[in-house]
Design a protein around this ligand. Sequence first.
Ligand SMILES: [Zn+2]
Length: 211
Amino acid sequence: MKKPTLYQATIEKSINCPQCGDTLPLYFKWSKLVQCPSCKSSIFLEDKSVILLGDSSALSPEPSLINIQEPFIFEKKSYLPLGKIRYSYGRGFWEEWFLKGEANQEFWLSIDEGDFALEQEAKITMPFHNIHKLTLGKSYGTYVVTEIGEGECVGFTGELPENISVGKLHQYAHLSEGGSSLITVESSSSKRMKVFKGNWIDPFKITKVYG
Ligand SMILES: [Zn+2]
């Protein structure tokens, strides 16, 4: 069997941390937010300027199948995890991992107590513009609302293609079609509703790449 081609974690550009001056390599051309590995400052990248957001709530490291800058393979495609956002829902938390795909696409891997969903932002026009209009069990075409939840954004590590709002409430809803197919709508107080499409995936089919 032909092995899938792996790509290296290549540095797209480097900046200097405005707080500690350390060199900060960026692995994604369109990253908007990065945490300095040395001083843990959050740095917002706006066009050519670099804005210090102050100390970010550093996330305690958790044992994880997925690790920043360690590529993995799923269904013959490789993905490079570059950052993660953590959301708390009181007694626990879930994480949204930002992954760079083989052709520089943005993917999001949501990990919630062993449930893995791999999705991409999709240009799908939903028949509603407010996530609060959704109720569990309601159908939209072939999709049914199967989960509605919310959590507080508690922090991030690595680099992200968007800014986050620590402390802000984040709402989401899953719409399922049966099988593994999934649509997720997300809404944070300050931002427009976003729509993602993808699949629930089997974490046992994720292969780690070492070397
Ligand atoms: Zn720094």
